[in-house]
Design a binder for this molecule. Structure first.
Ligand code: GLU
Length: 509
C-alpha cells in the first residue's frame, strides 16, 4: 500500500495569522516533509461575509517568511486546481442534492425572520439558544414537514432555500484522533448544519469534506476549535460513501494565554505587550493595527522553532532545532493533548539563541534593513559583518541591533557623563590627554596594541586600569554597554577613537 501522504492547510482568509494558525501550518508541513508527502494550501473562502481583502496574500507571505512552501496552492496551481473554494462553487451542489435524495439532508425554506421567531419562541431556561436540530426541524418549513408537491412548487417558483444535513436523533459518532485517541459524540447534541446556502455556495462543512476527498487528502490536522464540527464531517464522509478514503484526523491543542485559562487571543497580546500574529496586520475594515513577530524582530527560524516546541518535543530535552531537524524528528504521537501556555520570555529566548548561532552573513540583510530604517546606510558589508559578530550576543531581537551597533557607524553626540563624573579626577583627565598622544603614534591599531599601551600608561600614572576602562567605554560608545572596549577602539579605527576621546574630554570639562 503506497498511499502518498497529502496534508492541507485550509485557512479562511479572514485576517492576520494567529500564531496558533502558523503552528497548524507547521505541523502539517513537518508531517508532509517527514513522510515525503505533499503539502497543499487551500483557501476556504466560501463565507463571503467574512472575506477580508489582503488576507490571502498575507497568508502566502507568511508561509514564505517561515520557509514553508506549499506544493500546491492558488498561486502555483497543481493537479487539483483551483485551490480557492469560491472558484470551485459549481462542484458542490451535486453532492448536496445526492444527500437529499438519499434522505441524509433536506431543503429548508425558512426565512431569516422565521428563524429568529423560532429562536425566540423556543428559548427557555433549559434551552437558552435553540438550534435547528432533530427536535425543532419538525416545527419548521422544510422538505421533511411539507409535502412533496409543495416542495416542488416552492423550488419551481424560485423561493430561496438552503440544504441542511439531517443529523440522526441519537447516534454515536466515533473516530480515532491521532492525538486524542478515541473520540465520540452523541448526534442529539449537534444541530442540522447548513450544507448549501441559498446562493448555491457551500458552507465550510460541505466544502471541506468534498475537497478533502477530491484532493485526496490523507491526513487532516487542524485546531482543537474544530473538534465540535468533526461529527458533522464524519457523517458526511459516511453518507457520501467515502469512508474508505477518509483522512486520519488530529485536532491540535490550543495555545493558551500565559496567565489564567483559555485560548491566547489578540487581546491578550495587546494587554501584555507581545505580538500574537506572525506579521504586521492592519484590518482594512477597521484600520485596527496588530504587530507581528516578524516586525517585532523575530527570526523566522526562531519563530518556527518556538512554535514547534509549543505542544511537541522529541523526548531528548533538545530545544533548538533547524527546520531540517524538525522534519527529521517530528511525529504526531509526540504532540501533547493538553494546551500549551504561551510564554513570551521563552519566545525571546529562542530568538536570542538563534541570533547567537546564526552566522553574520545570515543576519546581514535583516540588520541592514533595521539600520536603514534608522537612517544608517551601509556601504561596507565587510565592516558590518565584523560588527554583527561583535554585538550579536547582546541582541535578543533583530531590532536590538540598532541600539547595540549604532556607535560603530555614528560618533555619539552626547555621552553619558553622569556615569563618569562621580569618579572623575584631574589625574584621569590627564591620563586621557596622554593616551591620545600614545594612540596617535601606535604603528598598528589592533585591540592588543591598544590594550597594551593603555595598561602601560595606567601603570605609569599609578591609576587602576579598571577605573579607566569605564570612562573610555562611555567616550567611545556613548553609554555603559557594548562588547570589549579595546575591540571597539580597533574596529572604529584610530581617527574615530581619537576624536571620541577628544569629544569626551570636552563634555567632561
Ligand atoms: N477553514 C477552516 C479554518 O479557517 C479550516 C478548518 C479545517 O482545517 O478543517 O480554519
Amino acid at each position: 500500500m503506497s498511499n502518498k501522504v497529502r496534508v492541507r492547510f485550509a485557512p479562511s482568509p479572514t485576517g492576520g495569522l494567529h500564531l496558533g494558525g502558523v503552528r497548524t501550518v507547521l505541523y502539517n508541513y513537518l508531517f508532509a516533509r517527514h513522510h515525503g508527502g505533499d503539502f497543499v494550501l487551500r483557501i476556504e473562502d466560501t463565507d463571503q461575509n467574512r472575506f477580508v481583502p489582503g488576507a490571502e496574500d498575507y497568508i502566502l507571505e507568511c508561509l514564505h517568511w517561515c520557509g514553508m512552501q506549499p506544493d500546491e496552492s492558488p498561486v502555483i496551481g497543481g493537479p487539483y486546481a483551483p485551490y480557492r473554494q469560491s472558484e470551485r462553487k459549481s462542484s458542490y451542489r451535486a453532492y448536496a442534492e445526492k444527500l437529499v435524495e438519499e434522505g441524509h439532508a433536506y431543503y429548508a425554506f425558512d426565512t431569516p425572520e422565521e428563524l429568529d421567531e423560532m429562536r425566540a419562541r423556543f428559548k427557555s431556561e433549559q434551552n437558552p439558544s435553540p438550534q435547528y436540530d432533530h427536535h425543532l426541524r419538525e416545527k419548521m418549513r422544510n422538505s421533511l414537514t411539507l409535502g412533496d408537491d409543495e416542495v416542488t412548487r416552492l423550488i419551481s417558483e424560485g423561493v430561496p432555500y438552503v440544504i441542511r444535513i439531517k443529523m440522526p436523533d441519537h447516534e454515536t459518532v466515533q473516530f480515532t484522533d491521532m492525538i486524542r485517541g478515541e473520540v465520540s459524540f452523541n448526534t442529539a447534541t449537534v444541530d442540522d448544519k447548513v450544507l448549501l446556502k441559498n446562493d448555491g455556495m457551500p458552507t465550510y462543512h460541505l466544502a471541506v469534506v468534498v475537497d478533502d476527498y477530491t484532493m485526496k487528502i490523507t491526513h487532516a490536522f487542524r485546531g482543537e476549535e474544530w473538534l465540535p464540527s468533526a461529527p458533522v464531517h464524519i457523517l458526511l464522509w459516511k453518507y457520501l460513501g467515502w469512508m474508505d478514503s477518509m483522512p486520519k484526523w488530529a485536532h491540535l491543542p490550543l495555545i493558551l494565554k500565559p496567565d489564567g485559562n483559555g485560548k491566547l487571543s489578540k487581546r491578550d497580546g495587546d494587554r501584555l505587550g507581545f505580538p500574537v500574529f506572525a506579521m504586521n496586520w492592519t484590518d482594512p475594515r477597521t484600520n485596527d493595527f496588530t504587530q507581528g513577530f516578524r516586525e517585532r524582530g523575530f527570526m523566522p527560524e526562531a519563530f518556527v522553532n518556538m512554535l514547534a516546541m509549543l505542544g511537541w518535543n522529541d523526548g531528548s530535552g533538545q530545544e533548538l532545532f533547524t527546520m531540517e531537524e524538525l522534519i527529521a524528528r517530528f511525529s504526531m504521537d509526540r504532540v501533547h493533548k493538553g494546551g500549551a501556555k504561551f510564554d513570551f520570555e521563552k519566545a525571546k529566548w529562542f530568538n536570542h539563541e538563534w541570533i547567537k548561532k546564526s552566522p553574520a552573513e545570515r543576519l546581514l540583510p535583516d540588520v541592514k534593513t533595521i539600520l536603514a530604517e534608522n537612517n544608517i546606510s551601509i556601504t561596507d558589508d565587510r565592516y558590518l559583518l565584523q560588527v554583527i559578530d561583535m554585538v550579536k550576543e547582546r541582541c535578543t531581537l533583530l531590532t536590538d541591533f540598532y541600539a547595540q551597533s549604532k556607535f560603530f557607524f555614528e560618533t555619539p553626540a552626547a555621552i553619558d557623563t553622569e556615569n563618569i563624573r562621580p569618579k572623575w579626577s584631574p589625574d584621569k583627565e590627564s591620563f586621557f590627554i596622554g593616551l591620545q598622544d600614545i594612540l596617535a603614534t601606535l604603528p598598528e591599531f589592533t585591540a592588543t596594541a591598544i590594550e597594551t599601551a593603555f595598561k602601560e600608561l595606567a601603570t605609569a600614572r599609578n591609576i587602576k586600569v579598571g577605573e579607566l576602562q569605564l570612562p573610555f567605554r562611555i567616550m567611545l560608545v556613548g553609554g555603559k554597554f557594548g562588547p570589549a572596549v579595546f575591540d571597539i577602539a580597533a574596529t572604529i579605527g584610530k581617527s574615530q577613537t581619537l576624536l571620541r576621546i577628544r569629544n569626551g574630554l570636552s563634555q567632561l570639562a
